[in-house]
Design a protein around this ligand. Structure first.
Ligand SMILES: Cc1cc2nc3c(=O)[nH]c(=O)nc-3n(C[C@H](O)[C@H](O)[C@H](O)COP(=O)(O)OP(=O)(O)OC[C@H]3O[C@@H](n4cnc5c(N)ncnc54)[C@H](O)[C@@H]3O)c2cc1C
Length: 305
């Protein structure tokens, strides 16, 4: 399927745009689930000023969605109407600063930031090596693993709002809770400043190796988006899913992982609808079995086919 092409109209309204703006760009290639339809318009800004210019000139009635590495997204089969923004070059610098601080562009993968901090002897960021997304996704999701969470290390983030105004968000402004930030959904984060602490490079490397070992032993890594549902307070989502008899359950080409039953897998030819239907089936069964309503951790964007 294809959306009407809005790119010529947008380009005419933004003569000074420097980034790449493409019509009907497939998103299944970027999605970790390898499913989903196209972006009506796909924008990769050249830098923060270009992003701000784009947002200032984007008509208010055109929907706006930002994606990172798509490791926490079901992109629906009908694609995403409006503009999908993805940050790339221009947002992927990482710098170690005085006082064990790390400044990172939001297109940087979490693991690359952890890898930059390690030889510099900056401890406290190793947990990022276990999260396969980008810094933008970590800021939005309050990504966390193995005892660390983004909120524990964030000093401040920069972000552009829907009107193109760029400002700094302090840690408190981010309104963090478990896998959630209360900053408006249409704010696009461009940079993060993290506070680490003094550490021994070898000890940090050993910590990262241990995280890698544990993840490889316990998690599937392909065509999945990791944990599907948030852990309800005091409970583990995977245990509730297991108790409801959902381990290995399939819908079309989608399956509840046998290895880690809070993970959904695309076995090869799943549609986004298969994956979302499987997730909703799991929610229903868990509700019937334990009375608990699981909340999606994975974000769903776009429209059905
Ligand atoms: C195998 C596997 C294991 C995982 N393990 C973990 C884990 O241990 N802990 C954990 O927390 N997560 C885990 N995840 C989920 C995922 O990696 C995280 O949620 C990650 O932070 C998402 O980052 P992303 O760049 O892929 O974001 P996306 O999936 O692209 O987007 C997720 C959300 O972030 C928003 N977003 C992305 N970039 C920006 C930006 N620049 N500005 C504003 N909003 C933005 C999107 O709009 C969307 O709402 C795992 C995923 C996989 C596939």
């Amino acid at each position: 399927m294809a959306f009407p092409d809005i790119v010529p109209q947008l380009k005419a309204q933004m003569p000074e745009l420097r980034g790449r703006l493409l019509a009907n760009q497939p998103l299944s290639t970027v999605s970790w689930f390898r499913t989903g339809g196209p972006a009506q318009a796909f924008f990769m800004p050249a830098d923060e000023a270009d992003l701000s210019y784009f947002l200032k000139n984007l008509p208010a009635d055109i929907p706006l969605t930002v994606i990172g590495a798509s490791s926490n997204l079901i992109i629906r089969d009908g694609g995403v109407p409006g503009v999908v923004v993805r940050l790339g070059r221009g947002f992927n610098e990482v710098k170690i600063e005085d006082g064990y601080k790390v400044r990172a562009g939001t297109a940087m993968l979490d693991v690359m930031v952890a890898r930059a901090a390690q030889p510099a002897g900056v401890a406290g960021l190793a947990f990022l090596s276990g999260i396969p997304g980008s810094i933008g996704g970590a800021l939005r999701m309050n990504g966390g693993a193995y005892g660390g969470e983004t909120k524990d290390i964030l000093i401040e983030a920069r972000g552009a709002d829907r009107a193109g105004n760029v400002r700094t968000y302090t840690n408190a402004d981010m309104g963090y809770s478990y896998r959630h930030s209360s900053v408006a959904d249409d704010v696009i984060f461009t940079e993060a400043l993290f506070q680490g602490r003094e550490g021994d490079p070898e000890a940090i490397a050993a910590e990262m190796a241990e995280i890698k070992r544990k993840r490889e032993a316990s998690q599937p890594r392909t065509k999945t988006c990791g944990s599907t549902f948030k852990n309800p307070p005091g409970q583990k989502a995977w245990q509730l899913i297991d108790a409801a008899g959902c381990r290995g359950l399939t819908v079309g080409g989608a399956q509840v992982s046998d290895l880690h039953c809070n993970f959904l897998l695309n076995l090869g030819d799943a549609t986004a609808k298969d994956i979302e239907t499987l997730g909703e089936t799991v929610r229903e069964r868990v509700k019937a079995n334990s009375g608990v309503e699981l909340e999606w951790e994975i974000k769903r964007i776009g429209v059905p086919a």
